[in-house]
Design a protein around this ligand. Structure first.
Ligand SMILES: *Cc1c(COP(=O)(O)O)cnc(C)c1O
Length: 452
């Protein structure tokens, strides 16, 4: 039996799949201007993004061509393998068939270059010379540094100060690919200086770094901003994952009963899930969709589905999404990529319409799952991806109870080679579970603007 299903370069999708026209009637709510409560037009985003990306953000075309230049760079690591986790099935003694799509084979080690590359491409096309962006744990900064390097552009990364010190190799990786990396807050922007005046030793936060990067872009004509998750165009670019996967499952002669992924802002899961969701929305297949998030940042399982800001400083339009409140700062869990206060509007709308559900896990149980997986399948997973692994293992164990031979598919969004200090903490018994930050969530949710 084949363990891996591979595609050739010429089987790589030539279009992205846009789920917008297939969304349930009335489920998509437009972003609003917080001052007027009116829907924002495309030009509200023009200081930050090129028009080609803004048009993708609001597009209702079902399929959008992937530019050839982008396809050529995708081919450096795509198509990625679909792997049947037979050794994990055996270790769990389950009748379920477990498959995973492995996005850790990209040069940056995760799915994020799938959108960093087209974002760099469209900005270059628009005459932009430099991209300013933020990074927390470093995955997105590395992906953007890689993408800008491929197109001969410059890249400025505002890296949350605490991570700048804790993840020196992620920083080096960005520098190898030619990016300039600053520990945020910096004294280069008004936002950074304002924070430093209040607290000269500020450790920074993703919200502050977003404010610095977007200010840099808004105040320099040849510089734009780029975001690694949440927005519609980012999820669109990631659908190359699920489209490949659908072909691969067809070759393997199976169709998933359950599609699983971890969610931070929702992009890797949307990328895998949306091409399968199309079949469900068309009434062709009754697939179950399950998203896994950290219990210390339980955006979908405990948040409100309402209009809120996308950033901590309340400077973006209002998006209809699951949110814990825009100024919620989650505990410092090792799955840094899942520490976002809100969720992609497309994912939120599908949950609200009953087409997806979510589950939350604590930090030690996801590392238990990561170790089980690494010992069976050899790959050391990213802590973020380990939330998906945990959900897949739980589903496989339920099949063992019921005797059902379900086909379980999950996205392995990245490897954990830069997360070994987290594994070290786990293996030496120092990893702790954070209590659900109920009080902090109540406080931040009270500050959600009242709209509509
Ligand atoms: C950033 C990241 C995530 C979370 O982001 P999404 O937009 O929810 O996909 C998940 N896994 C890995 C490996 C990441 O780097």
């Amino acid at each position: 039996m084949a363990v891996k299903t591979l595609l050739s370069e010429d089987q790589m999708p030539k279009q992205w799949y846009n789920i917008a026209p297939d969304m349930p009637e009335g489920s998509l709510k437009p972003p609003l201007n917080p001052a007027t409560g009116e829907p924002v037009g495309p030009d509200a985003l023009a200081p930050l993004f090129p028009m080609s990306i803004i048009m993708q953000e609001v597009s209702t075309e079902r399929y959008i061509d992937i530019p050839e230049e982008v396809q050529e760079i995708y081919k450096l690591w795509r198509p990625t393998p679909l792997i049947r986790a037979m050794r994990l099935e055996k270790a769990l003694d389950t009748p379920a068939k477990i498959y995973f799509k492995y996005e850790g084979v990209s040069p940056a080690g995760s799915h994020k270059p799938n959108t960093a590359v087209p974002q760099a491409y469209y900005n270059k096309e628009a005459g932009i010379k430099r991209i300013a962006t933020e990074t927390g744990a470093g995955q997105w900064g590395c992906s953007m540094a890689l993408a800008t390097q491929m197109f001969g552009m410059e890249c400025t990364v505002y890296m949350v100060r605490i991570s700048y010190g804790q993840k020196p190799y992620r920083r080096s990786m960005m520098q190898v690919w030619g990016a300039e990396v600053f520990a945020s807050p910096t004294d280069r922007t008004n936002s950074g200086r304002a924070i430093l005046e209040g607290d000269a030793d500020s450790l920074g936060s993703l919200g502050i770094a977003i404010s610095e990067a977007s200010e840099d872009a808004a105040t320099h004509d040849d510089c734009n901003y780029a975001l690694g998750s949440v927005l519609n165009h980012v999820l669109l670019h990631q659908t190359v994952v699920g489209q490949e996967c659908k072909q691969q499952m067809e070759i393997a002669g199976v169709y998933p009963d359950i599609v699983i992924g971890c969610i931070g802002g929702g992009s890797n899961y949307a990328g895998l899930a949306f091409p399968f969701m199309k079949d469900r929305l068309e009434g062709k297949k009754n697939v179950e969709f399950l998203a896994a998030e950290p219990s210390s940042c339980p955006t979908v399982t405990k948040g409100a589905y309402t209009y809120d800001f996308g950033d901590a400083l309340a400077s973006t339009p209002l998006f209809m999404m699951h949110t814990l409140g825009h100024d919620f700062i989650p505990p410092g869990i090792h799955a840094g990529g899942l520490r976002y206060h809100a969720m992609a509007p497309l994912i939120s709308a599908l949950v609200d319409a009953g087409h997806m559900s979510a589950v939350a896990y604590g930090q030690t149980e996801i590392f238990d799952a990561a170790i089980t997986f690494a010992r069976a399948e050899a790959i050391i997973p990213a802590p973020e991806s380990s939330h998906a692994i945990k959900a897949a293992i739980d589903k496989a164990l339920a099949c063992k109870e019921s005797g059902e031979e379900k086909v379980i598919l999950f996205n392995l969004s990245g490897h954990g080679h830069f997360d070994m200090s987290a594994y070290d903490a786990y293996l030496s018994g120092k990893l702790t579970d954070y209590a659900y930050p109920e009080e902090k969530i109540r406080e931040s949710m009270a500050k959600i603007p009242k709209m509509g």
